[in-house]
Design a protein around this ligand. Structure first.
Ligand code: BGC
Length: 258
């Protein structure tokens, strides 16, 4: 936006520029999970601009099957200018490198390139917990985000800048079990709510000792199952942030290693 004229004419022009650019900045935000896939349109400020679409992740969640479903979900929403995708695995330069809870065909898939070609729109793909983090953090100090869903998501930020690539999910933490084994959906089902709560309560100080975060945010579908009192610098955040963070993926300066 240009800050030139102080005259009424200049202000009018500036206003017009602002509103026309706002009209151009509708983001189609997509959150791909191991269980469900969600999509919504967000306005330039990141507020919802459509109903939320939700579909079950295909059983055989290959890139082809997921792309087909995304086409169908997109066709139910209005026009958009750009796309943000949260993906449940490691993403580097738009390529999906791991996909623990989807089909192995995602490994090495050029997801961003393929979607750009398919939909002819600018696309940014990032790890789902990173997108969730963008929706949740306050961009102050060291902020850690974990998501308790089908998988266990994690993302780390310093003053609002993502430190890409943090993967706590498959890291062993006790009795040769990984964080995801115990705290993800399968862990929840195996241990039951009470024991799962004990394990989450035990993981929090471990993560604090490792990261010395200023704040920890806990999101994901199962965050609602937490029954113990969280310390003051640990907060539960809405699972909706997984979609709402999609606008921030375009607003914030972003390393291509996101
Ligand atoms: C993946 C992470 C992902 C998390 C939540 C894990 O299995 O390795 O990359 O963020 O699930 O979907």
């Amino acid at each position: 936006m240009h800050m030139s004229a102080h005259s009424a004419k200049g202000i009018t022009r500036e206003k017009r520029t602002a509103s026309s650019s706002a009209a151009k900045d509708t983001t189609l935000a997509i959150d791909i999970g191991g269980t469900g896939i969600k999509a919504i349109l967000l306005d330039a400020k990141g507020a919802p601009a459509s109903e939320r679409q939700r579909a079950l992740t295909p059983n055989r969640a290959t890139p082809a099957a997921v792309l087909k479903l995304l086409d169908a979900m997109k066709s139910k929403l209005g026009n958009f200018d750009r796309v943000s995708v949260g993906f449940p695995g490691v993403v580097k330069k738009g390529v999906t490198l791991t996909a623990h809870n989807l089909h192995p065909k995602w490994v090495g898939f050029e997801f961003e390139k393929v979607l750009i070609r398919r939909w002819k729109k600018p696309v940014r793909v990032a790890n789902d917990a990173a997108v969730q983090g963008f929706g949740a953090i306050h961009a102050k100090g060291v902020e850690l985000v974990i998501t308790l869903g089908t998988g266990l998501g994690s993302s780390l930020f310093i003053d609002g800048t993502l430190v890409p690539g943090l993967e706590l999910a498959h890291h062993p933490w006790r009795k040769n079990k990984t964080y995801e084994d115990d705290l993800g959906k399968k862990g929840f089902e195996k241990h039951g709510r009470k024991k799962w709560n004990k394990l989450v309560e035990h993981a929090i100080p471990q993560l604090e000792a490792l990261f010395n975060y200023d704040h920890l945010y806990i999101g994901g579908g199962n965050a609602a199952q937490i029954q113990f009192q969280l310390p003051p610098h640990v907060t539960r955040v809405s699972n909706e942030d997984g979609l709402l963070g999609g606008a921030a993926l375009w607003r914030r300066p972003m390393s291509e290693h996101r």
